[in-house]
Design a protein around this ligand. Structure first.
Ligand SMILES: [Zn+2]
Length: 423
């Protein structure tokens, strides 16, 4: 087991003119945030963790009393949940009963007991109350079967998102993977799925500053791997004269071409959340970013002809297609290799980042449609990876080759042929 935990922040910004979403890992402690993600899954920990496997710490359900003097203890003196990994010095990766992951440093924990615990997950009603207690005043809760939506805006907007997530996205997502091409049986989420909708950019920015320790800049929505929540603001305020869409006009808003970005962002972040809550991917395990982002982009494409603004996954994303075709004119021969080996290209910012996103979208599109059986096995393999273990670039490449073949140049030819046929 690891000796101790340290933490770094990780963000992905989708820059270069398309900075619409982000996937965020933050460590919400009294540690200073670090803006540059280098090794999220800290290599030292990874090494020590691997060196002493197996450690039977999973599903240790406990109650933790935090030190009264610690800043986190004021808000939540007692935490309930499961210890996922425990370090030698008592630090731990803790899964709280509302689905939040926390890294607890030993001085923060006063005592530990495993008595008197009720159910594994917080009931939806308590979950909503807890969420409200954390948020600024003025929020209300809208629930669907699996989602708890905290909103500071018009109720009709929250209901629209509830219908989009519960009625369309979650159903489509699970049906898609169950399809005979994949036969992946997704799980039902262990915890309510939370979305927080701020009324405007300003209140959203204040929240981002508080939660991530830096301004959102171009990021208009994000899924936070640690809190397991999606946060966004009512983007109808960006359309028209800063007025929110009244209930009767939401249909009209969705017919506005400017809504494309809004719908794709909401679906994109909701897809990230579903991937990590239905067993398709594991939070804090080493899922390559190109894959994670590629799947989110595969699902996101809006269809404003439909009442909800979205039809289902796999539509051609013409913006990404344009980018990948432009990139193909000067694309290096080892482009697949650099895409899968590390997350660097997706995080580099600027044009390179936009190309890497486009290539990720196209690669997922290609693998889903041309290599579904291998893609399924690859996903299953990645879902079984251990938390907090960072793969070396060689492992990433070897994993990929194991399922899609040793000859990456042959695959590259197939891939480019596929992309050029897309319309
Ligand atoms: Zn994303």
């Amino acid at each position: 087991m690891p000796n101790s935990f340290s933490a770094q922040a990780r963000t992905i910004d989708n820059t270069a003119g398309r900075p619409i979403h982000s996937q965020v890992l933050s460590i919400p402690f009294d540690k200073p945030m670090q803006s540059q993600f280098q090794t999220l899954l800290i290599l030292a920990i990874a090494f020590l963790w691997q060196a002493c496997l197996p450690v039977a710490t999973l599903a240790d359900r406990v109650q933790l009393r935090q030190q009264a003097s610690g800043p986190a203890a004021k808000a939540a003196p007692v935490l309930e949940g499961e210890i996922l990994i425990e370090a030698d010095d008592g630090g731990m990766l803790f899964l709280q009963n509302d689905g939040q992951l926390k890294i607890l440093q030993p001085p923060a924990i006063a005592s530990k007991t495993n008595e008197d615990l009720r159910s594994a997950a917080l009931p939806q009603k308590d979950f909503g109350q807890q969420l409200l207690a954390e948020l600024p005043n003025g929020f209300q809760i809208h629930t669907t079967r699996h989602y708890v939506i905290a909103y500071e805006t018009d109720r009709s907007y929250a209901k629209w998102i509830g219908n989009l997530y519960e009625g369309k996205l979650k159903k489509s997502f699970q049906r898609f993977w169950k399809n005979r091409k994949f036969r992946i049986k997704t799980q039902e989420p262990d915890f309510p799925l939370a979305a927080i909708i701020f009324s405007n950019r300003q209140s959203y920015s204040a929240w981002v500053q508080r939660e991530l320790g830096k301004p959102p800049e171009d990021m208009v929505a994000y899924y936070n791997l640690m809190t397991n929540r999606v946060a966004m603001y009512d983007m109808t305020a960006d359309q028209g004269n800063g007025q929110h869409a009244p209930k009767r006009d939401l249909d009209l808003v969705l017919r506005d071409p400017r809504s494309v970005r809004m719908v794709s962002t909401i679906i994109h972040e909701g897809t990230h959340q579903l991937m990590f809550n239905t067993g398709l991917q594991t939070r804090l395990a080493d899922t390559p970013y190109w894959l994670n982002e590629g799947i989110a982009m595969f699902f996101e494409t809006p269809d404003l002809q439909k009442k909800q603004g979205w039809r289902g996954p796999g539509q051609t994303n013409f913006e990404r297609l344009g980018d990948i075709l432009r990139y193909a004119r000067h694309r290096p021969i080892d482009s697949i290799e650099t895409l899968i080996a590390t997350d660097r290209r997706l995080q580099s910012g600027g044009e390179e980042s936009a190309w890497a996103y486009a290539e990720s979208w196209a690669m997922v599109h290609f693998l889903i449609n041309r290599k579904p059986a291998a893609f399924t096995r690859y996903l299953t393999h990645l879902a079984e990876k251990k938390r907090l273990v960072a793969d070396e670039p060689e492992t990433r490449i070897a994993d990929f080759k194991k399922f899609f073949g040793e000859d990456l140049s042959q695959l590259d030819t197939e891939f480019l042929g596929y992309v050029k046929e897309l319309k």
